[in-house]
Design a protein around this ligand. Structure first.
Ligand code: FBP
Length: 551
């Protein structure tokens, strides 16, 4: 395989570990825990794994001899920078504890466990992937591990390979499933432990004990570099407004972090839109107002950051989407008629079946977007909001608003648009030093949780704004992060998703600077991720975690 010069050099990087993990460890148990909400229900659902204490590992001078362990690992969901380093950390961890230990990777995500598709990860394989982006070492997938049949299939292969423990690297849903699996395997006395690991670029798997999910740091640095480059282009040519949609599913953490790094002119935060119950036209008025104000200063350019999930948070769009989901449910009479109808007639016809309010919203949308709302559906019949070109929707609506303002004599500028969607560009980037170190530590730490016989825990590395040697390693019971939520019509125990906290410091910082950044060009150009050089350039964590954790 031909590799780049950067990859060859980067392969030599030895990720930093917390001091407490550098030799043997002493396990310190904290207080017993309880779930964030619905304690009685969660306790009943997880009798074997509920209420366990938080664990901290302290350095131990005495060299402890650990037995060999066989470990299985699964990568679940969307790619996030650093996944390969988690696996390298697990490998080095279990081998350092006992050279006879083995690591197996299940292929293509959770389905690999069910289909018994796996490979042993040897030193040679691991070395090829150290400090690289991507999940290609074993592949990832979105199959959900939810059914007991799947769990039982898993036991067969885990027992066949003498695997003592399974590590599931995933987001909130995958770790919820890891918790259910841990409980099931404990109840069935299979002897198989299950450990979770917090992954997602979206940054929405976090809480008091899990300070951030891995991948968020690198992905936001990549997007911020690109946004910075665009800002410099905008400030040079002075003729375009760039509307940039950013991945992140429901949460706006990515957009918020990028705004803090680049000081863009407009940053929409879905959680704020929901809290203020802002309508689409209020959002458009706000954006057009900024465009007009800048135009009055002869600045007919700018950058607007738009979170991927925005439309789900705009009240009238939310209602419209749910009405469309109902109407166009697969196999329904309306859906059949709709699909047989001439394309040019479809939208008007569909509007007659919506409530009066939703019909008005639907008909006010540019026809391309209205069509997307009717076409882009997932296998469950839901509109796939991430596929909606929200950036174009807003751009077109702002354009219309500005024409009205021009007619009213309150806008006399120019408005040229460019549209972008950043997501896949950052998910497989070579991990920043922060993610390389954090991921390696998460994996290495998981190996201690395993040899200590723990199950139903998430690998946890805390104190992340301090130098890596001072990071605090340990484990958090996954049940502690759970509450009951309605999913697919049923109440289910799930890890509580962390959306942007409107009382949190990162959002407050945005609020304090938003107007200034909107009206006076204050762009910051972060530049590309640096792997070598001064620590303030190459070892900085995100602004989000820095503000959240500031004492
Ligand atoms: P995870 O939640 O699985 O980490 O996925 C993150 C994400 O990148 C979202 O931001 C995005 O909406 C989604 O994955 C896209 O998924 P896909 O890769 O299946 O298109």
């Amino acid at each position: 395989m031909t590799i780049s010069a950067l990859q060859a050099e980067r392969a030599k990087y030895q990720p930093k570990l917390p001091d407490s993990l550098k030799s043997s460890v002493k396990l310190v148990e904290g207080d017993k825990t309880q779930s964030v909400a619905d304690q009685e229900t969660i306790k009943d659902l997880f009798p074997n794994t509920y209420g366990m204490p938080i664990i901290t590992f302290e350095a131990c001078i005495e060299k402890i001899k650990y037995p060999a362990v066989n470990v299985g690992v699964i990568l679940s969901g969307g790619q996030a920078p650093g996944g390969h380093n988690v696996i390298a950390g697990i490998f080095d961890g279990i081998k350092n504890l006992n050279q006879e230990s083995k690591l197996y990777g299940f292929l293509g995500g959770p389905i690999g466990l069910v289909n018994h598709s796996y490979k042993e990860l040897t030193a040679e394989i691991i070395d090829e992937y150290r400090n690289t982006g991507g999940f290609d070492i074993i592949g990832s997938g979105r199959t959900k591990l939810e059914e007991t049949d799947q769990f039982d299939e898993g036991v067969k292969i885990l027992h066949k390979l003498n695997i003592n423990a399974l590590i599931i690297i995933g987001g909130d849903d995958s770790n919820t499933n890891a918790c259910v699996l841990a409980e099931y395997y404990a109840a069935k006395k299979t002897g198989i432990q299950v450990i979770g690991c917090p992954k997602t670029i979206d940054g929405d798997l976090k809480n008091e004990m899990i300070e951030t999910s891995f991948g968020f740091d690198t992905a936001t640095k990549v997007y911020s570099e690109l946004i910075g480059n665009i800002q410099r282009d905008a400030n040079s040519g002075k003729k375009y407004w760039h509307f940039i949609k950013l991945m992140g599913r429901s949460a706006s953490h990515i957009g918020l972090e990028c705004a803090l790094q680049t000081q863009s002119n407009i940053t929409l935060i879905s959680e704020e839109v929901a809290a203020k119950e802002q309508t689409l036209s209020e959002i458009v008025d706000y954006m057009a107002g900024i465009v007009a104000k800048r135009a009055a200063n002869d600045e007919n350019f700018g950058v607007a950051l738009i979170p991927e999930g925005l439309v789900e948070f705009v009240p009238e769009m939310k209602i419209l989407i749910s009405e469309l989901n109902e109407l166009l449910a697969e196999g329904s009479a309306i859906e059949k008629e709709f699909n047989m109808m001439r394309k040019s007639l479809r939208l008007d016809w569909l509007a007659t079946h919506l409530s009066e309010k939703s019909a008005a919203v639907f008909q006010s949308l540019p026809s391309g977007i209205a069509t997307q709302l009717t076409l882009d559906r997932d296998p469950h019949g839901n509109v796939q909001v991430s596929l909606i070109d929200t950036e174009e929707l807003l751009g077109e609506m702002v354009k219309t608003k500005l024409s009205e303002m021009r007619e009213a004599g309150i806008f006399n500028g120019k408005f040229g648009t460019q549209y972008h969607f950043f997501g896949y560009e950052g998910r497989c980037a070579a991990p920043s030093n922060f993610d390389a170190d954090y991921c390696y530590s998460l994996g290495y730490n998981a190996s201690f949780l395993i040899v200590e016989g723990k199950t139903g825990y998430m690998s946890s590395i805390r104190n992340l704004t301090a130098p890596a040697r001072e990071w605090v390693a340990g484990g958090v019971p996954i049940t502690m992060m759970m509450n009951m939520e309605r999913r697919n019509g049923h109440m289910k125990p799930v890890i509580q998703k962390a959306l942007v906290d409107l009382d949190g410091e990162p959002f407050k910082y945005l609020m304090a600077n938003r107007e200034k950044w909107a009206n006076k060009t204050s762009f910051v150009y972060p530049g590309p991720i640096q792997y070598w050089g001064p620590t303030e350039v190459c070892d900085q964590p995100t602004k989000t975690i820095t503000l959240e954790r500031a004492k």
